[in-house]
Design a binder for this molecule. Sequence first.
Ligand code: A3P
Length: 255
Amino acid sequence: CVITYPKAGTTWTQEIVWLVCNEADTEMAKTTNLEDRFPCLELPVPGIKTIAKSPSPRFIKTHLPHGVCPPDIWRKGAKVVYTTRNPKDVSVSVYHFLRLLTATNFKGTFSQFFPLFADKWAIYGGFWYHVLGFWKRRDEPNILFMTYEEMLQDTPKAIRKIASYLEKDLTDEQVRKIAFHCSFDQMKNNPSANMSWMQETGVWKNNEFTNNGGLMRKGKVGDWRNHYTQVQSEEVDRLNREILEPHDLSFVYDL
Ligand code: A3P
């Protein structure tokens, strides 16, 4: 199970996990949509029926917060990879995503969006409690905590870490192949991974997709500096201090 707060690097982690578990079969990854290989638990398409029919070990993505995740995830020995990302970059990415989605059709500015995120109501509940719920289980054997920043800083190292956790032996060539296939530019131009079909079906708005690059928007650490005011930045720092730092969780904001 790949579990994340939205925009923390879900798609990227899914593609790496799937390739690690499927002998770096990039041909299959390029020809089958990621949602079909790695369906989302709470979305109707392709849906829970697809998950139920998948042969074991099956691949499940979810953004559900810890408190509402099915307890069987923990009881039946599923392997969880939880990826998180610094909340300033997450909020910027969520903001652009809510503009992209036809269903939410958000038209406000980042300053209008920011209080929704900081008040912890933007999407899937609050970022801070989402991370904390899983972070508290980080020492259990069936969860691996990853960060977007460590994946970007050294992708081959992150791939090896995931492979070791999933008990998969990869050759250096397979690691290189996965790292190349999962680089930002490759995934941005890969219709099986970039979810561009959502544009074709109207789930996403064409103008936002064209202007802002769709799901694969920038793929950087530190884009928050182009959106945040000093006051907003201090507000996130305060929330981190209050909620996460007592639990020894901190983030990287620049690489
Ligand atoms: P940005 O909006 O900051 O560009 P999710 O998959 O959880 O929805 O996350 C989407 C975010 O991850 C987007 O961030 C997207 O660009 C980034 N992303 C997706 N694939 C990536 C990759 N291969 N390398 C780096 N960033 C990636």
